[in-house]
Ligand binder design. Structure first.
Ligand SMILES: [Fe+2]
Ligand SMILES: [Fe+2]
Length: 196
């Protein structure tokens, strides 16, 4: 009996709030804050796609094919993350911000390159690790208040950890000795110079 009355009460509350937007009155997070967080993650994914594409086209080494396959696989994953996040913003009644102006300001990750393969891989590893830390915080931010967004970031996080792991392995094969200068790699693992 009490369960039934609870359902009626819930239904009335939801019905009343349907005019006010796409989320139920039980959604406790500030939507403005949620859009800001999701759009920052969206911008970060765009940067990740572009960075991996940049590195793909810069790579010219004896391992070119293997490296390009990896960069491409990663950018396809980042594109999938981008779409997941954009869909979630839309589901929550927001607008995914794809305006190229200010993308790097909104993003958590940076767009860096370098002149050697080791440089590229270090930048990728750094970017992945930054994203892993921030997405872990975002998982906590959504917590129990928005389990759908939380699970989405947990899923994305798993991919980012795989990316970091693969890059770290590759970096180790390129740069096994700590302290070796990147210039020493330029003989066998050169990338085309990048000018911003
Ligand atoms: Fe990603
Ligand atoms: Fe990634």
């Amino acid at each position: 009996m009490s369960i039934l009355s609870d359902v009626k009460e819930i239904e009335a509350k939801v019905r009343e709030s349907m005019e006010n937007g796409p989320v139920t009155p039980y959604y406790s997070l500030s939507l403005e804050k949620v859009y800001e967080v999701l759009n920052a993650a969206l911008a970060s994914e765009i940067i990740c796609v572009l960075r991996y594409k940049q590195h793909y086209y810069m790579t010219t080494s004896i391992h070119q094919e293997q490296l390009q396959d990896l960069f491409k696989e990663h950018w396809l994953d980042e594109e999938k993350h981008l779409e997941m996040i954009a869909d979630r913003i839309k589901q929550l009644g927001g607008v995914p911000n794809l305006d190229p102006n200010g993308i790097s300001k909104r993003a958590f990750s940076s767009f860096e390159s370098g002149h050697t393969l080791a440089d590229l891989l270090r930048e990728d590893l750094l970017a992945e690790r930054v994203v892993i830390k921030i997405y872990s915080d975002i998982v906590k931010f959504f917590g129990k208040a928005d389990p759908v967004s939380r699970r989405m970031f947990e899923e994305i996080l798993k991919d980012e950890e795989d990316h970091a792991d693969e890059i770290a392995d590759l970096l180790y094969t390129v740069d096994p000795k700590t302290g070796k200068t990147v210039e020493q790699f330029s003989g066998d693992s050169v990338s085309k110079p990048f000018k911003a």
